[in-house]
Design a protein around this ligand. Structure first.
Ligand code: HEC
Length: 110
């Protein structure tokens, strides 16, 4: 009987560990997923001394803005991009727009 409970306990621990690992992999994290996008596509303007109102160069600076960031990104108002892709087939070297995947990553975060 004692042996059975040990086996049960060991299996339970294994299952819990597996589930925890899976959630970790599926969840969007700031450091792994969000930071590279923000630093590449937003920090050029969102840093001290630049045009944008608040700096977005670290977790501490980005976190309080996460809701506004999700909204701006979902509506595609940020990053600003004035060239109209529908009127032109040219590719822009400095294209800062987010890909659909990048938008989904940011929206899923926080
Ligand atoms: C070309 C420069 C530029 C880039 C690149 C840029 N921003 Fe901005 N951002 C601005 C300026 C200027 C403002 C303030 C004026 C406005 O709201 O349009 C602003 C405002 C914002 C606001 C609203 C702040 C408020 O007061 O509510 C958010 C949120 C934001 N930006 C997020 C982002 C995110 C996220 C990115 C990257 C995906 C980004 N921005 C990229 C220039 C930029």
């Amino acid at each position: 009987m004692k042996r059975l409970s040990i086996i049960l306990l060991v299996s339970l621990v294994a299952v819990v560990t597996l589930v925890a690992k899976r959630n970790q992999a599926a969840g969007v994290t700031f450091t792994r997923d969000v930071a590279p996008i923000i630093f590449n596509k937003c920090s050029i303007c969102h840093r001290p001394g630049e045009v944008a109102p608040m700096p977005l160069t670290s977790y501490q600076e980005v976190r309080p803005w996460s809701k506004a960031i999700r909204e701006e990104v979902a509506e595609r108002t940020m990053p600003p991009w004035f060239a109209d892709p529908h009127k032109s087939t040219l590719k822009f070297g400095n294209d800062r727009r987010l890909t659909q995947k990048e938008i989904e990553t940011i929206v899923a975060w926080g």
